[in-house]
Write a protein that binds this ligand. Structure first.
Ligand code: ZN
Length: 437
């Protein structure tokens, strides 16, 4: 792996303070910084454009937002944290008593030190988010509060970016992440950075399949991306939504809608081989953009490998999901796993004999006597190099992938991949990309 903890730390610091949302300058600034890692293609879709059943919303930018008490002291100010403002808040300048203001203040009784993260994308509203402790200490029924929000909601653009890696085959996998959250790390600065560094890692390798790395605002962005790339997206083999990958807790895997697809099985195998004890989550439409990509028109099997999955950790959607919580070293752990999983996916191909009528003469090709009888230990049983070759030749009718031959024989996937390469070099077999399930 070429990515270092120091690099991740440096990008964490650059990207953390930026105010991101569905649209706006912060999103473009985020893409600009990600361009220092990989060279992204940027697309802009104008406000009002129809994308399937949805419409691109107005662009939102926030300049200033605060509340002052009667002494003129700012008791909330987004200069201190961009989570203080409800995303897509409209402009307002008024004086209110707590009675009227209360409907626009959000805090968490059960987590008195956390600022909750709130949005109101499709319903015109305004609001401030604060810790319960700040609420208790700074607000009372007597005072009148000056409320000021200077935001802009205007016709503009929704921006997204992608990065394509062309492998030997046109068949593609998708790796998608969302960058619409302001200053929170596990959800989802971690996913954004993991995806960018994963793309960088893979850009240096020779690959069997092609890969599509996608950076979008959640939901509307995924819908827009599918709208703009409909034909291509309908042929994708499978993929991942990279969300919440740097928590201190356990790894988890949310299955694809197929639950037991090749991709699901390869993820399970890779995690197991790497000695990772992980939580298995069933597929459900609730979650992230997997429900767009797996919707009836597209049916891409999309899974999520997480480390402290959304909805499951205490600091989810609060200001405490910060750099102290979701540390760079946890992100490195997840990046390693994603790398291993995608390497295995990439190595999995269909295996077809070029000499299907009875077994080929191995000795003549220097395969039989030189193989010897060295025993390789697998997790399930012992086998030798000749066994590996004979099983491959036996199953090489083109109906099975290498991973499925592993499942049938118990031979370690990596041993099958190595032996398949040797048989290919000897012109005994051909390797073909897997098809869409
Ligand atoms: Zn979220």
């Amino acid at each position: 792996m070429i990515t270092t903890k120091e690099e991740i730390e440096a990008f964490y610091k650059k990207l953390f303070p930026i105010t991101r949302s569905l649209t706006g300058n912060g999103n473009l600034e985020t893409i600009r910084i990600l361009n220092e890692i990989i060279n992204l293609n940027v697309s802009k879709v104008p406000t009002g454009e129809k994308v399937f059943d949805w419409t691109i919303p107005n662009e939102w930018n926030i300049k200033e937002a605060w509340i002052k008490n009667t002494k003129g002291e700012k008791i909330i100010d987004i200069a201190n944290s961009n989570i203080h403002i409800m995303s897509y808040s409209e402009s307002i300048h008024t004086k209110l008593k707590l009675k009227e203001l209360a409907a626009h203040l959000f805090y968490l009784l059960e987590q008195p030190n956390a600022i909750p993260y709130k949005t109101s994308y499709y319903h015109r509203n305004w609001g401030f988010c604060l810790t319960y402790n700040d609420y208790k200490n700074n607000f009372n029924d007597e005072e009148e509060y000056e409320v000021f929000i200077d935001s802009e909601l205007k016709e503009g653009h929704l921006s997204y970016a992608d990065y394509l890696i062309e492998g030997k085959s046109q068949s593609e996998y998708l790796i998608s992440t969302y960058f619409c959250h302001p200053s929170m790390v596990n959800d989802n600065l971690s996913g954004v950075l993991l995806t960018a560094f994963l793309a960088k890692e893979f850009s240096k390798l020779s690959l069997n399949y092609s890969y599509r790395f996608v950076f979008i605002p959640e939901t509307i962005g995924a819908i827009t991306y599918c709208w703009k790339n409909e034909e291509k997206m309908k042929n994708l083999l499978g993929g991942f939504v990279v969300s919440c990958v740097a928590g201190p807790g356990k790894f988890g895997y949310k299955k694809t809608y197929l639950e037991n697809s090749l991709l699901d099985r390869i993820v399970n195998y890779t995690l197991f081989e790497n000695g990772i004890d992980f939580i298995k989550y069933p597929f459900e439409p609730q979650g992230s953009d997997e429900r767009q990509y797996s919707s009836p028109g597209f049916r891409i099997p999309v899974g999520l490998i997480t480390k402290d999955k959304f909805h499951e950790y205490e600091y989810y959607h609060t200001s405490l999901d910060d750099l102290n919580f979701a540390k760079p070293e946890y992100l490195i752990d997840s990046l390693k796993i994603y790398l291993e999983v995608i390497k295995n996916l990439d190595a999995n191909q269909k295996f077809i004999s070029l000499n299907p009528n009875c077994e080929p003469q191995l000795g003549r090709r220097g395969l039989y006597p030189t193989i010897g009888r060295r025993t390789i230990k697998s997790n399930t049983e012992s086998y030798n190099e000749l066994d590996v070759i004979l099983w491959l030749l036996f199953y090489g009718d083109g109906s099975l992938t290498l991973f499925e031959i592993h499942e049938k024989t118990g031979i370690a996937f990596a041993d099958l991949v190595n032996a398949a390469e040797i048989l290919k070099e000897k012109n005994l077999m051909n390797l073909m990309p897997v098809g869409k399930e």
